[in-house]
Design a protein around this ligand. Sequence first.
Ligand code: MV4
Length: 494
Amino acid sequence: MFKKILIANRGEIAVRIIRACRELGITSAAVYSEADQTSDHVKYADEAYFIGEGRASQSYLNKDKIINLAKKINADAIHPGYGFFSENANFISEVESSGIEFIGPSSSSVKMMGSKTAARSLMKKHGVPIVPGSTEAIKNLEDGLKTAEEIGFPVLLKASAGGGGKGMRKVFSPEEFQNSFEAIQREALKAFADDSVYIEKYIENPRHIEVQVIADKHGNYAHLFERECSIQRRHQKIIEEAPSSFGDEATRAKITEAAVNAAKACGYYNAGTIELLMDADKNFYFLEMNTRLQVEHPVTELITDIDLVKEQISIAVGNKLSFKQSDLRISGHAIECRIYAEDPENNFLPSTGKIFDYRIPSGPGVRVDGGFSTGSEISVHYDPMISKLICYASTRDEAVERMLRALSEYHIAGVVNNIPFLKNILADENFRSGNININYVENNLEKLTREEENRNQIENAAAVLSVILKNQPDSITLNGKTKSSSNWLRQIHE
Ligand code: MV4
């Protein structure tokens, strides 16, 4: 087993990895930027190292700083979490050749799946259904138009080096093809230094389903069923659940078999995710593979009773999977809500500043994966996710009720948050009946963002007053001037 792991990440996922290390008897080494001095991962880790200023390029995305630190402190392995270096093939190669273990896939798997055209060809070759379209980059305008006419409009033009919603353009007719093609080439060149573009048939109102896969370095593969991830807005997921409410075993058998074949096709080891689109007739298509642990992994952990982070570490050490496919069953239902410091009533504007009062839910079937507590600052430099609230119960209906109960216990003062918005989704009858697709949030935005009397602001005001009354002028200047960095005071003044 490893003795020490360096965690090249921050916030809730760093805390999640620290917890796994502690349970395995491994020393955890955290890194933190100037903006994260008040974050939980710094407090929970066995060791914590300052690595630079708030901007990620100067800290969490500084390759040399992180690899040199890992060597200096004698870390056996680096866990990248998600985002940052988790899918960066150059970083992984460098770690691989430094003699430190990377807790993740090989750089070659990451590279293979990083090119969306290469991934599509590979999937086609291995019998994994892909969206109708081209498996090679479009050569020229004529070639592109021909493919588009063959599969029929509307089509999507996608950048081969893109993914996760970056570099896509919908084209409705042959007349707009040239303009769109040239525009996306320019975009792709600018964003990815690669102007390769391919075509797919546009799938109307699909669900976004993903299958969790896992493999060791000895060629053992397994899937851990699917997650439903359709509740999203602008490619930012909001609510995920496992299993999906599409709910039939025949479809499940097909998508999980395809997912395992996809993982085998790129010689994968570690935990990974196969993203699929599923249309109303339950036709499904491979979209892309995420070669990392995902934010929403806890819902899978709760329905399978497998600890994915411990399993990742064990795989990196060189152990075989601790279970066989035939050991796994879906038990119960899990839902995850992402708690964001953002204002749904104000176009989801991120809200930064100090959390000066914080109470998390608990009780039966409730898990909170968080990275912040009272006194923590939500920084402008990173994603505004405060925590993930995950609820588990025997049935979907019970899990939804439990989530509403848990959300009602959650109290965050200091930053505006999306809890009222989440409650509106969970109470909505279409969500309740599982009648959802990737456009659900956008199509219901007006209804979902209507809040009862600016609850966030009222709660903030009440909490500020209670702090003043308790004489804890922690971050309040009492000489008549307000501290400009504290969002909540500014809001009260407004
Ligand atoms: C699509 C699609 C419809 N048809 N491809 C967006 C992110 C990237 N992973 C692929 N995406 C999509 N590809 C075809 N042929 C719709 C989307 C899409 C989407 C997919 C998953 C989750 C949310 C989404 C939101 C908008 C569009």
